[in-house]
Design a protein around this ligand. Structure first.
Ligand code: C2E
Ligand code: MG
Ligand code: MG
Length: 334
């Protein structure tokens, strides 16, 4: 049935209703999504008016993404042009400490100010950039821009740590540890305040080289985070082999974990594992108070997500920080 609806390119929202076990409903949702359908909610039979209302409200308030998911072909030349024309920029998403709800950290997220699509998510072009060998130029731009910005904030008295995403492809470049350390020195920004978030979406080509580079980065004082933990290759074996200092649980196990028992189990297990390995634990994808309650109960260190704030341009951060009271407080920008 879902395959048939998908084949007709049905574009409207779909709610799945069934008397089957929640696991089966979840699998149906994934299947529907794989067929290109837009699922707004799941309802177990018998349906109640309250359940239906809650589902519709949640669908209406759904946060979506803060940047455009682009559905057109991007070619390598577009990326090169964007680099040369200065069309890339960095936005910064705050992270809060669970302990006292202060903003202690920002993650630098690459944005493409595309002439036709407004701000484009890096998810739309990083894989291509990796494939055609442009990721090095992009990464250098991100490191240079974000570290010098963090240095300026520090000079203005803003005490913020900085997280930067590093493609696993960069872990084959021997000069990276020295280059990043030089950038930090130039910006008068301590390496201890920089965490490099590494996501492995594909197997590393050369483990020995990656191990050497990551170890040198740690010896220079940088933090290393395993991003999107629990997905792809970002798994337990990584934690055993590589010198990570932080575990960042993927948002698939954070948002909605109060209703999804399997996600909850993976979230709990990841947090426990992080504790046992003496890693800092970050939960990403906190979109509402219930997500926040869940990760607070698990004693995570930092939280990040739309419930606190979306990524914003550098020049908006200081004003946002002045308004920030606490998560869930009146001025939190959900
Ligand atoms: P990531 O490192 O896991 O970054 C978090 C992504 O989740 C960001 O998407 C952010 O906007 C989004 N996000 C944050 N809070 C929430 C939330 O509460 N709910 C939901 N649904 N999403 C949330 P973005 O900026 O589109 O980035 C996507 C991915 O692209 C990043 O995932 C990261 O892997 C990669 N990326 C971003 N910037 C860079 C970069 O400078 N270099 C490299 N190599 N990769 C980058
Ligand atoms: Mg990240
Ligand atoms: Mg992530």
């Amino acid at each position: 049935m879902l395959r048939h609806i998908g084949a007709r390119n049905y574009a409207d929202a779909i709610a799945l209703v069934s008397g089957e076990h929640a696991d089966v409903l979840n699998a149906c949702r994934d299947l529907a999504t794989a067929h290109g359908l837009h699922v707004v909610g799941l309802l177990a039979k018998p349906i109640s008016a309250d359940g239906l209302t809650a589902m519709i409200e949640a669908a209406l308030n759904a946060s979506g993404s803060d940047v455009a998911a682009v559905d057109v072909d991007i070619i390598p030349q577009d990326i090169e042009d964007a680099l040369n024309n200065g069309d890339f920029d960095i936005h910064y998403q705050p992270k809060a400490s669970i302990r006292d709800q202060s903003i202690v950290d920002v993650e630098a997220l690459l944005r493409w100010n595309h002439p036709r699509f407004d701000w484009v998510s890096p998810a739309a072009f990083i894989p291509l950039a990796e494939h055609v060998g442009l990721i090095g130029d992009i990464t250098e731009f991100v490191l240079r821009t974000a570290i010098s910005q963090a240095g300026r904030w520090a000079a203005e008295g803003l005490s913020l740590s900085l997280a930067i995403n590093l493609s696993a492809d960069c872990l084959h470049e021997r000069h990276y540890p020295d280059m990043i350390a030089d950038l930090a020195a130039e910006a008068r920004y301590s390496p201890e305040r920089i965490t490099l978030e590494i996501t492995e979406t594909k197997l590393m080509r050369d483990h020995t080289m990656a191990l050497e580079i990551l170890t040198r980065l740690r010896m220079k004082g940088f933090g290393l985070s395993v991003d999107d933990f629990g997905t792809g290759y970002s798994s337990m074996d990584q934690l055993r082999r590589l010198p990570f200092s932080e575990l960042k649980v993927d948002r698939a196990f954070v948002h909605g974990a109060h209703t999804d028992l399997k996600a909850r189990a993976i979230l709990e297990t990841s947090a426990r594992l992080g504790r046992q390995l003496d890693l800092k634990i970050v939960a990403e994808g906190v979109e509402n108070q219930r997500d926040l309650d869940g990760v607070t109960a698990l004693d995570c260190d930092l939280v990040q997500g739309f419930y606190l704030a979306r990524a914003m341009p550098a020049d908006q951060l200081a004003a946002w920080l002045c308004d920030w009271v606490s998560i869930g407080g009146e001025q939190a920008s959900a």
